[in-house]
Design a protein around this ligand. Structure first.
Ligand SMILES: NC(=O)c1ccc[n+]([C@@H]2O[C@H](COP(=O)([O-])OP(=O)(O)OC[C@H]3O[C@@H](n4cnc5c(N)ncnc54)[C@H](O)[C@@H]3O)[C@@H](O)[C@H]2O)c1
Ligand SMILES: O=P(O)(O)OC[C@@H](O)[C@@H](O)[C@H](O)[C@H](O)CO
Length: 384
């Protein structure tokens, strides 16, 4: 079985590639990082080390790689033969690879009528659906009709903390022991991909909202407040009681709406929160606040981990959130110069004012109580 995986980065090598290997797939990574592509082709294997006291290590074999910037034809040929296509490249990059995947699928229909599933493993609601939309924008009406029944785009939720890697061995990846990969079954076309470790579910939205609005909401508060208080890593941030309280406060709020909206068992959900807080505090992982806080414009978006739970908290409970708004305010203050989106947010604030930035990035209107609440929290943090 052949899997073509876009993005040979932290989650690609550390999580998806790992499960694919243990399920009997040959994995062909596709990436624009020439060094990683060259090393994967040279070594044909890499190590994954668990961030835990025993530091258990596994070797992932049966891998190769293609640079899609220099060899798009080879990527198309691989897609034409693949049994599964997956991505972990970042939500903002999905539209950029849609044309190449469309070309690969065109080549495939010339060769075979075998169905294929394409699963985006990104931190967002509806990642595979977005990829499908972007691919279908490139197709003719006839191609759309032909592709519709043959290629599946099930949405998915992936969870495993994989920090930026600073190992001498450039291919090695250190990962936390925990992992979860949930895929929506009804949108699979043909047989379910036999990946050991995927949990197939009938309805994905509760799972992705629970993951994104717990793991990633709490993570974002740890990152933005960690940065605000001058800390370098998530672990350091979690050792600070003030930040821990802020993270826990935000997760109580998002938990209240998640339990109310989906009927999750409250006790189970509290255990889920505590487990996640334990994962953030893993002393065997060095995870910089600037990785977890990366791309603040994406994270301040209306459907992402800060704004969506704040809005849904009001809808479900009728109350105003406090900690989620503090998180949004801290994200607006995130001014790390090494992050293009942080620089853009700061430019809008400087040139047009914070009100304009809130409206532009969160899409809350100035008349809303949530908008006013963010303003209040922002002023408090600004005048620390
Ligand atoms: N790291 C984690 O803890 C984690 C966990 C769950 C989900 N995710 C999600 O997985 C995705 C990837 O995150 P990551 O942490 O692995 O990032 P990463 O930066 O380590 O990896 C992304 C890879 O994509 C490659 N890439 C960028 N543009 C490309 C293009 N146009 N064509 C081909 N390859 C391209 C990069 O070279 C890089 O190797 C994101 O959506 C992230 O939210 C990450
Ligand atoms: O990948 P992002 O930028 O959406 O979010 C940063 C982290 O919160 C994220 O990568 C987590 O480590 C991951 O989602 C854990 O499953």
């Amino acid at each position: 079985m052949l899997a073509v995986h876009f993005g040979a980065g932290n989650i690609g090598r550390g999580f998806i590639g790992n499960l694919l290997y243990h399920s009997g797939y040959e994995t062909c990574f596709v990436d624009v990082n020439d060094e990683i592509v060259r090393l994967l082709n040279e070594k044909k294997e890499y190590r994954v080390v668990l961030a835990e006291p025993a530091q258990e290590e596994v070797t992932i074999k049966n891998v190769r790689a293609i640079n899609n910037a220099s060899n798009p034809e080879q990527v198309m040929a691989a897609i034409a033969e693949a049994d599964l296509v997956t991505t972990a490249i970042g939500p903002n990059i999905l539209p950029l690879i849609a044309g190449l995947i469309a070309d690969g699928l065109r080549k495939r229909v010339e060769q075979t009528d075998k169905p294929l599933n394409i699963i985006a493993c990104e931190n967002m609601i509806g990642g595979s659906s977005l990829l499908k939309e972007k691919i279908f924008e490139k197709l003719t009406a006839d191609e759309k009709a032909q592709f519709e029944g043959r290629f599946g785009f099930p949405d998915s939720a992936v969870d495993r903390i994989v920090p930026n890697q600073v190992n001498e061995d450039k291919l090695m990846v250190k990962v936390e022991p925990f992992y979860e990969w949930v895929v929506e079954e009804p949108k699979i076309i043909g047989k379910k991909p036999p990946v050991k470790g995927i949990t197939y579910v009938q309805e994905l939205v509760p799972y992705i909202e629970r993951k994104l609005f717990t793991v990633n909401t709490g993570h974002a508060l740890a990152a933005y407040f960690g940065y605000y208080f001058g800390m370098e890593t998530i672990n350091q941030a979690m050792e600070n009681q003030k930040i821990r309280d802020l993270v826990e406060g935000s997760l109580k709020e998002s938990g209240e709406f998640l339990v109310g909206k989906y009927g999750f068992n409250e006790e189970e959900h509290n255990k889920y929160i505590q487990k996640i807080i334990g994962r953030f505090s893993n002393a065997y992982i060095v995870d910089e606040v600037t990785r977890v806080g990366r791309s603040p414009i994406r994270k301040l978006g209306p459907n992402d981990r800060l704004v969506s739970p704040a809005r849904q908290y009001v809808e479900v409970t009728g109350k105003q959130p406090e900690y989620l708004l503090k998180g949004i305010a801290a994200a607006l203050l995130y001014d790390f110069q090494g992050d293009g989106e942080a620089v853009q947010v700061q430019t809008v604030i400087k040139e047009q004012g914070v009100e304009a930035a809130i409206q532009k990035f969160t899409q809350f209107e100035p008349v809303s109580e949530l908008f006013q609440g963010i303003m209040e929290q922002y002023k408090q943090l600004e005048n620390k």
